[in-house]
Design a binder for this molecule. Structure first.
Ligand code: ADP
Ligand code: MG
Ligand code: MG
Length: 876
């Protein structure tokens, strides 16, 4: 039997093999092919990771053999050998999934060191300090990353060593100090693990590779995948790469750089480096790095070569590159390149600039920007005048733009729980690490004391579009006591601060924010998306203000105007209650008569804001008791108000109580019981339309949407009321007004019988919130509590209320589309659930042939972009 190939030398791969080799591996291979200096190595494929899981979390003999073979070849290429006392091979072990994924295992450097090889390295380099420094880093990383021994315990030992020797930086420890440190580290290892530290490089390697595979399923990675729609079955690749050294003295160094500014998109090299340092030193924020441009003074030849390669890479990939490099005694190596993460503003500028300079097409540009990223541009910035009046208490690095104002919390857990309790929070940390991810998601803004523009906090915040100020060394933070001090003032947990991620300024107070607008690069970019897309985008809006906002964001109509929200108004609710407790039709009609002018006013406002664009208005949907008071005291007050006996009202309230209100007396069922409600709403909709048509000259064609329909006769009953009422008004007004009557498809029965329903419905709008609820049988309001168990047990990967369940609920939708069209070929089809603002769900709607999606105003730009991307990927 021929064996499947699981291990690839860098020279055997290329950039197209990303799914197999992971992003990092594929690009290391591509750079190797381009002749760029890359330390050689091999990649254990993502398929090997998948196999590891199907083989019961073991690396099979077959894969181990292939690793051995590749290792031998690497030994030939480098002329070094694992464990050799003449020329020992040392490697790094680096994880790399298809897409870059924080939360995965940290890189292990200097693997292959042991008590023998460290001596050889010391002799070969004539630099025992360097050898022992590398060794202590390796023991530390292996123990922490592979075996899970707390980092802090090692750092304490380092601090202790520094104190004993009276020095401030770890670079000041000499080889003897470091040798002692290694011994202490190993002792700690033995104490924690119960076994000696593994000296055999091959054992070290297999352990490290296993740890990378294992980390694919650690909780941080799972959270990240869920937030970013990354399937759990992709797996990660592992790269094993021979080491080069940035910590060999003052002609060595290591750094990271972007070919364009990742915050603004400006076309200039942007990055930082450290002389005499290794790997993670730059991002860990231990020493403050130098800007990349200073390399021109330190090592001019390296700088020139670096710039040449950086330009070459950007041209080759036709995108902004994020690169990692190391200089070993004056020789430059590239360790990574990838399309750089960037803020939304930078993404737009880069996309537009690259189209304008002819590097990419408009279609390519449109695919470059993540729809979800746009969100950050739509959120408020500080009100300029309020900002001027506020005092800057400290300044850090402007790591991720935007404005944030909230209460400070010092741990991710606290940030998360206070956010869930409805507070706006700012997460303040010495530095962040992948464990903080959930707290970072919950925070309006993130503030760190240590770390540069490429620190964990900065990179992750930019990716999420969250405001971040990093590396504010002025702050004196005490995470245990939950305070920080600056300029003699102490800020406690729960105090308000404001962060400006675009300037790095920190304010010790609440600052007002102002709304954003779509213009400049954003406007240009969105106009390309609009030219491309076929799917229309409407909005869910219940007030003229929301409607106005949505139009500014490019909405082409209202897909869902929920009339009940208008009923909750303080001056209306008494009249609504009067309608609900009415004993006779007469009484109910009287109450409805009082509501009529108010509803009409609302619709006039909305029609005017929409300036003739389509407006779909949905009839009253929720169960009536939602409008009634539940506490005795409130019932008493209302009874007095309405001049009816308390007992009577109380019994009405309890009569209206339902055990399962979401499946109770709501939606069109209300009209079946009380046709006068539909009559009043029709009257308001039609009279408002006539008035605005006459006064403003807009051509208004209202779309009346009947919710919760499950049966043709039910729809017909309500529709007849609508048609009769509307036609008589239109006739008596002597005007030529058109209107449509349609239905929501949100009950599975309606989807199953869509051909029937379409006989009466002129349009369908998929109400995917209820449709999901009723298809899964999950309560929308309660499912959050147990869905986490489903994620843990890998039964479901994501929340079906946020991301459309394309295989289940989607199947019903596809069926309803087909059936509906079979009866009424020109039936107008839309979606108005939460899913209208989710990119993958928008793509689904495009694919199954809907005419539009409707989402909340702030998600309209996202949906426009997602629809354009869907058209490019899947033209229709
Ligand atoms: P991440 O995905 O977190 O960026 P990497 O695998 O890129 O992790 O590794 C982090 C850093 O470790 C690199 O930027 C580089 O500085 C250092 N590093 C990794 N492999 C090597 C190597 N073979 N030689 C020298 N340094 C390395
Ligand atoms: Mg990296
Ligand atoms: Mg519904």
């Amino acid at each position: 039997m021929e064996c499947k190939k699981y291990v690839y030398l860098f020279k055997e791969g290329n950039a197209k093999m990303r799914n197999l080799l992971g992003g990092k591996g594929a690009n290391l291979a591509e750079m190797t092919n381009l002749g760029i200096p890359v330390p050689q190595g091999f990649t254990v494929s993502t398929e090997a990771c998948v196999k590891y899981y199907t083989d019961d979390k073991k690396i099979s003999e077959d894969v181990k053999n292939q690793i051995d073979e590749a290792l031998q070849k690497l030994e030939e290429i480098t002329g070094k050998r694992f464990g050799s006392s003449k020329a020992p091979l040392l490697v790094s072990v680096r994880s790399g999934a298809r897409v870059s994924m924080p939360g995965m295992m940290d890189t292990i450097l200097n693997l292959g060191l042991n008590d023998n090889t460290v001596e050889t390295i010391a002799q070969l380099t004539n630099n025992p300090r360097f050898a022992y420094d590398s060794y202590r880093r390796f023991v530390q990383m292996f123990s922490d990353v592979v075996m899970g021994i707390e980092k802090r315990k090692f750092e304490n030992l380092i601090e202790q060593a520094k104190e004993e020797n009276g020095v401030k930086y770890d670079t000041e420890l000499n080889s003897e100090d470091l040798k002692k440190l290694v011994a202490q580290f190993k002792e700690l290892y033995k104490k924690e693990i119960g076994e000696k530290f593994p000296e055999d490089p091959k054992t070290q390697l297999i352990e490290a590779i296993t740890a990378v595979f294992r980390s694919w399923d650690n909780p941080r990675a799972i959270v990240y995948r869920r937030l970013n729609d990354i399937p759990g079955d992709w797996g990660t690749a592992v790269n094993v790469q021979s080491m080069v050294y940035g910590n060999m003295g003052n002609t060595s160094g290591t750094g990271v750089a972007f070919t364009r500014d990742p915050a603004t998109g400006e076309k200039k090299i942007y990055g930082e480096y450290l002389i005499n340092a290794q790997g993670e030193d730059v991002v860990a924020g231990i020493r403050t790095p130098q800007p990349i441009t200073k390399l021109k003074e330190d090592l001019p030849e390296c700088f020139d070569e670096f710039m040449d390669i950086a330009n070459k890479l950007e041209k080759h990939y036709k995108d902004m590159q994020d690169m990692e490099f190391t200089i070993e005694q004056g020789k430059l190596y590239f360790l990574q390149t990838r399309n750089g993460k960037r803020t939304a503003a930078a993404a737009l500028k880069i996309a537009v600039d690259m189209v304008e300079d002819g590097s990419i097409t408009k279609e390519q540009a449109v695919l470059r920007v993540e729809p979800k990223q746009l969100d950050s541009l739509l959120h408020p910035a500080f009100d300029a005048s309020a900002l001027k009046k506020s005092e800057v208490i400290a300044k850090g690095l402007p790591a991720s733009p935007g404005a944030a104002c909230g209460k400070i919390y010092f741990t991710a857990e606290e940030a998360k729980s206070h956010h869930e309790a409805g507070e706006k929070v700012v997460l303040v940390r010495l530095e962040t690490s992948p464990e903080d991810i959930e707290g970072m998601v919950a925070a309006e803004g993130i503030l760190t004391v240590r770390g540069g523009m490429t620190s964990h906090a900065a990179v992750v915040a930019r990716g999420m579009g969250t405001c971040c100020v990093a590396g504010c060394g002025e702050l004196n933070i005490n995470e245990e006591e939950k305070i920080f001090q600056v300029k003699g003032k102490t800020y406690h947990e729960g105090d308000y601060i404001s962060l400006d991620g675009s300037t790095g300024n920190i304010y010790g107070e609440i600052i007002k924010t102002s709304s954003p607008e779509i213009s400049g690069y954003f406007g240009t970019f969105m106009s390309w998306a609009d030219d491309i897309r076929k799917l229309k985008v409407r909005t869910n809006a219940d007030t003229p203000r929301d409607a106005q906002q949505a139009i500014e964001f490019g909405a082409e109509g209202i897909g869902l105007c929920r009339t009940e929200h208008m009923f909750f108004n303080e001056d209306r609710i008494p009249k609504v209650r009067e309608m609900i407790v009415a004993k006779t039709t007469e009484q109910r009609k009287r109450a409805l008569d009082k509501l009529l002018p108010m509803q009409k006013e609302d619709f006039i406002g909305i029609y005017e804001a929409m300036e003739g664009k389509n407006v779909t208005i949905r009839f009253l949907d929720p169960p009536l008791h939602e409008f009634l008071p539940s506490e005795d005291e409130d019932i008493k007050a209302l009874a007095e108000d309405m001049d009816i006996p308390f007992e009577e009202l109380k019994s009405t309230v309890s009569y209206l109580h339902e055990f399962n209100p979401m499946m109770g007396h709501r939606g069109c069922r209300l009209t079946v019981s009380y046709p006068e409600i539909a009559e009043m709403q029709t009257r308001a909709i039609i009279e408002a339309a006539i008035e605005v048509t006459r006064n403003k000259g807009f051509n208004i064609e209202p779309e009346i949407m009947i919710p919760l329909v499950g049966e043709l006769k039910e729809l017909k009953y309500v529709k007849d009321i609508v048609v009769e009422t509307a036609n008589s008004i239109i006739k008596s007004e002597g005007i030529d007004l058109k209107y449509k009557v349609g239905t929501m498809i949100e009950i599975p029965r309606a989807a199953l019988l869509a051909d029937e329903i379409a006989k009466e419905a002129e349009f369908f709008s998929f109400g995917t919130n209820d449709l999901t609820q009723m298809t899964f049988g999950f309560s929308r309001d309660d499912a959050g509590r147990f869905l986490c168990d489903y994620y843990d047990k890998k039964i479901y990967e994501s929340d079906p209320f946020a991301k459309l369940d394309q295989i289940g609920v989607g199947k019903l939708m596809e069926m309803a589309v087909k059936l509906g069209k079979s009866t009424r070929p020109d039936i107008h089809l839309g979606l108005c659930g939460e899913h209208g603002g989710d990119p993958s769900s928008v793509e689904f709607c495009h694919r199954v042939g809907l005419d539009y999606v409707s989402c909340s105003p702030f998600r309209v730009p996202l949906a426009r972009l997602a629809a354009a991307q869907a058209q490019i990927k899947n033209p229709r």
